[in-house]
Design a binder for this molecule. Structure first.
Ligand code: MN
Length: 317
């Protein structure tokens, strides 16, 4: 899945905008296009640029696809990690490190861009049916964002039984259960499946948290949060009660220590200044070796200049 195809500058969120509970701020996704698909973009929001270091979330599907349906051709990233998580279907990840990895439900693909990487997401040719997933980005801190790119595939992740539900720990910890996935900041991502009765989940009080509803609806603190909505929960919570309002629900819990480095996001790049973004744009457009080569049969994704560059449209591709 690809990047924020509209330009957005992400300012540091002041302390006052990170309220203590019992806040529940519910926000709709907005629709965006990624390759051939319409997706629901839950982050960034105008009023909520980051949750911990999580800075981007696109919910795709569920959608019926033919076996040869590719997602997106080679495109670059800088300064972020992509977290790819499927609920149905499969995809083939290729990147400029030479990685070639099929991902299926229950598995995690985690790509760290650092100073720069390129990747593509292709059909496996074997899938016939439904594709359903989410891709998120985690902003890298200054300490690692200029470092080398990296790719991890986690075929198995820790699962916590919730008695009428289950929690899969993608990154970070959930209670005393932790994922082995690389983490450059203090953050967590947990898939929670609810099968009937309400569950209470323990949260890390030093984190701010949000819930992204991937299917069904959940009731928390009296608010009903439906599919393709994000509920921001503030910081300082030690626990959260989740009631599957329609009987079953699937949510992604994300959280982390508030990310206070002021970031600039444009297209598929997370940086600190427009000059850095401009450099990345020029390198990609020039096709130089900086981002490496992806062994994909798909075409590289082009982009128009950033809006602050003369002749720009800044329009999505
Ligand atoms: Mn991408």
């Amino acid at each position: 899945m690809s990047g924020p195809l509209a330009p957005s500058d992400a300012a540091a969120v002041p302390e006052a905008a990170r309220p203590e509970p019992p806040v529940v701020e519910v926000a709709d996704a907005r629709e965006a296009e990624v390759g051939p698909f319409r997706v629901h973009r839950l982050l960034p929001r105008r009023a909520r640029r980051t949750v911990g270091a999580w800075c981007f979330a696109d919910h795709l599907g569920p959608v019926s696809v033919p076996p040869d349906q590719d997602l997106v051709g080679p495109h670059p990233h800088t300064g972020l990690q992509t977290v790819t998580w499927l609920l149905a279907g499969e995809l083939l990840h290729r990147d400029s490190l030479g990685s070639e990895q099929v991902i299926r439900p229950g598995q995690l693909n985690l790509m760290t861009a650092g100073r720069g990487v390129a990747h593509a997401e292709e059909a496996t040719g074997r899938l016939s049916g439904e594709l359903h997933g989410i891709q998120l980005w985690v902003a890298q801190p200054d300490t690692t964002r200029q470092g080398p790119p990296d790719f991890e595939h986690h075929a198995e992740l820790p699962v916590v039984d919730l008695e009428d539900g289950a929690a899969t720990v993608l990154v970070g910890t959930f209670g005393d259960v932790g994922s082995d996935a690389r983490r450059d900041t203090a953050h967590c991502g947990v898939d929670i499946e609810l099968r009937g009765r309400p569950v209470a989940v323990a949260l890390e009080p030093s984190f701010e948290h949000a819930l992204l509803v991937l299917s069904g609806a959940v009731r928390l603190d009296g608010a009903v949060v439906e599919q393709d909505r994000m509920a921001y929960l503030g910081r300082g919570r030690a626990e959260c009660g989740l009631d599957p309002a329609g009987g079953r629900a699937r949510v992604l819990l994300i959280g982390g220590v508030p990310f206070d480095e002021p970031i600039v996001m444009w297209w598929n790049f997370v940086a600190r200044t427009r000059a850095e973004i401009g450099d990345s744009y020029r390198r990609w457009t020039a096709g130089d070796e900086f981002f490496g080569t992806v062994g994909s049969r798909l075409e590289r994704v082009p982009v128009r200049p950033p809006p602050w560059v003369e002749g720009a449209g800044g329009e999505p591709v």
